[in-house]
Ligand binder design. Structure first.
Ligand code: NAD
Ligand code: UDP
Ligand code: UDP
Length: 346
């Protein structure tokens, strides 16, 4: 009944009709740091639809209230404007720790802040988990493998990271976050999970966050030049956001405590990717241009997901074509919404 009322009131997005509404005994109080961001807001949707109490903590550096505003006023939802570099005292049964800028232009904009968020911020969240006895899932990244010498990348690979390069604030920040997680697990018996997330895309990515998916789609739908950095032969493997969220939920629920790669192993060169997007936008007149290469840009990236398949029984389901089509539709809507507001006088 509660779910029906919420749907009638328009508080539940209709995108995940299969979500199971849990009984009272299974419901938890769940803290999501970075919950107003791209990945966090999709996770919040599922947790809310399952019937949990959700506390979002975000400083809105790259996230937006708009991503979670459909939950404002719901009695199970709370939003705290807070920077996790500072201590935080709340109660929770589980913590999804996602707060960190994720796109290269964002995390390079203020490298000191990025490393503080991933180190001091992670210490605070581990300290909180320790105090309240909560299980905590740390959002790590495929960037811990750096520009990898092993392909595809299994969790056992230690990585190839430049500790003083432009990406180091993020890569090394996440590596320290992992080290902190396992130090707290060993010394303080904190129950940790570590997800090594590979490139993820979907609706609610920020149109101007500079990542390849948002850049190429925004360029293609406006008939602008598609900007390939370098020769375009570098590769990435893209995971649709609902698959990632399913993987995070499965990891949190599992008893597997070592790092787990979560990503889609279908790999493309960036040049191929530009053509795939161009061909998915009807009548697109964009040309594809190559430009200067990015410093320390990883040349090949594809997850080995055998650990996730065996231990979480998880595998991505959404094809690249399907996921990109949904993302293109989202960005088209965003563009017309922005155009509408730009034409308003206040
Ligand atoms: P995002 O930038 O959309 O979301 C990050 C959120 O964290 C934002 O809402 C931002 O405002 C918040 N935040 C940043 N610093 C904060 C601070 N100091 N205090 C409080 N809130 C803060 O990025 P995303 O793509 O949703 O990424 C979420 C997590 O997943 C990040 O930890 C990221 O490193 C990880 N990840 C994402 C990808 C990907 O492809 N999207 C890949 C690997 C890892
Ligand atoms: N912390 C927090 N919320 C809590 C508990 C701890 O933000 O509910 C912070 C606390 O300020 C500390 C950090 O987490 O700086 C690490 O906590 P821990 O208990 O490990 O260390 P200590 O308090 O002994 O420094
Ligand atoms: N890239 C590109 N054009 C763009 C944005 C990115 O060619 O407009 C390339 C970038 O150099 C990298 C790949 O696309 O090789 C993925 O970049 P992104 O910033 O999305 O993620 P990451 O480098 O963190 O995987």
């Amino acid at each position: 009944l509660e779910k029906k009322i919420a749907i009638l009131e328009g508080r539940v997005p209709q995108k995940y009709p299969d979500v199971k509404f849990l009984g009272y005994k299974e419901r938890k109080r769940i803290l999501v740091t970075g919950g107003a961001g791209f990945v966090g807001s999709h996770l919040v949707d599922i947790l809310m639809m399952q019937g949990h109490e959700v506390i979002v903590v975000d400083n809105f550096f790259t996230g937006r209230k708009r991503n979670v505003e459909h939950w404002f006023g719901h009695r199970n939802f709370e939003m705290i404007h807070h920077d996790i570099v500072n201590p935080l005292y709340v109660e929770a049964d589980e913590i999804y720790h996602l707060a960190s800028p994720a796109s290269p232009p964002h995390y390079m904009q203020n490298p000191v802040k990025t490393i503080k968020t991933n180190t001091l911020g992670t210490i605070n969240m581990l300290g909180l988990a320790r105090r309240v006895g909560a299980r905590i899932l740390i959002a790590s990244t495929s960037e811990v493998y750096g520009d990898p010498m092993v392909h595809p990348q299994p969790e056992s690979y230690w990585g190839h990271v430049n500790p003083i390069g432009p990406r180091a604030c993020y890569d090394e920040g996440k590596r320290v976050a992992e080290t902190l997680a396992y130090s707290y697990a060993k010394q303080e018996k904190v129950d940790v999970r570590v997800a090594r997330i590979f490139n993820t895309y979907g609706p609610r990515m920020h149109a101007s966050d500079g990542r390849v998916v948002s850049n190429f789609i925004m360029q293609a739908i406006q008939n602008l030049t598609i900007t390939v950095y370098g020769n375009g032969r570098q590769t990435r493997s893209f995971c649709y956001v609902s698959d990632l969220v399913d993987g995070l939920l499965a990891l949190m629920a599992s008893s597997y405590t070592l790092p787990v790669n979560i990503g889609n192993p279908v790999e493309h060169t960036i040049e191929e990717f530009a053509m795939i997007i161009k061909n998915l936008v009807p009548g697109c007149r964009s040309t594809v241009a190559t430009g200067a290469a990015v410093e320390d840009d990883p040349q090949r990236r594809r997850p080995d997901i055998a650990v996730a398949e065996a231990n979480l029984h998880w595998t991505p389901k959404v094809t690249l074509q399907e996921g990109l089509q949904r993302t293109i539709d989202y960005f088209k809507e965003e563009l017309s919404r922005t155009a509408f507001f730009n034409n308003q006088t206040y």
